[in-house]
Design a protein around this ligand. Structure first.
Ligand SMILES: [Zn+2]
Length: 239
């Protein structure tokens, strides 16, 4: 299996690793990686690999099977052989913007407390689809509330609980906006704010900034109709 370095430290932008295989599609599998693979609405990371005097640009990362991650080369250049020690380097600017947009979407689900039916994260903007029969009359007030939460500079922290702990604490599920999937043995919870200042708790496997002020200014876009009950709300990073 590939060790998920981005899960332990989303701010780690470089790491050494060993090539342990290549997928049938030609992706490079490392023993450990800082590259987040496409999933949960968040794009796979890009960057490059370095070894000896070679540099291979990486376009994205993907999940392979249930427990491996493959790095997809951006150009059909020479691939590092199995056993090669490589240095992996993220396109940190792009990944950090994903982290800002991703964390902003958690806050969007706080200021619009409606069921979420889908979402997508990008480097400049992101969106959530809500079960929202009526468009809120004052979107500016929602944008202002979102930016106020950002300004509170709330801590973003995580904890892990077992499926058993989750099932034994129904009150915990009630405080979450999404019922986490069980069956993996444990669930990762992402919390925004602490103690009585906690404003959000939900299961999530993505990468987040550590404090909300790091998101920066957010602007909401126009609400789009996506079917009779569904509305799409987009947000973008202003800077
Ligand atoms: Zn998340």
């Amino acid at each position: 299996m590939t060790a998920l370095l981005f899960r332990d430290d989303p701010y780690q932008a470089e790491a050494e690793a060993v090539v342990v295989g290549h997928s049938a599609e030609g992706a490079i599998i490392l023993d450990r990686t800082v590259f987040y693979p496409t999933g949960g609405g968040q794009p796979g990371d890009s960057g490059h690999l370095l070894w000896e005097d070679k540099k291979l640009p990486i376009a994205t990362a993907v999940k392979i099977g249930s427990d491996q991650i493959g790095l997809v080369a951006a150009e059909p250049l020479l691939m590092p052989a199995v056993g090669t020690m490589v240095r992996q380097v993220l396109d940190w600017k792009r990944r950090h913007r994903h982290m800002r947009v991703h964390t902003a979407l958690h806050l969007l689900s706080v200021v619009i407390p409606l069921p979420v039916t889908g979402g997508q994260i990008g480097a400049d903007k992101g969106r959530l689809d809500f079960l929202m029969p009526e468009v809120p009359s004052d979107m500016q007030a929602i944008e202002d509330a979102l930016n106020r939460l950002i300004d509170r500079d709330l801590a973003v922290t995580e904890s892990w609980i077992t499926d058993e702990e989750l099932l034994a604490n129904p009150g915990l599920v009630k405080t979450m906006s999404v019922m986490p999937p069980t069956g993996q043995g444990r669930v990762r919870l992402v919390r925004i704010g602490t103690g009585s200042g906690q404003i959000d708790l939900q299961p999530c496997g993505g990468t987040h900034v550590s404090r909300t002020a790091e998101i920066g200014r957010i602007a909401l876009g126009k609400v789009e109709n996506k079917g009779r009950q569904n509305r799409r709300v987009s947000l973008s990073l202003v800077d």
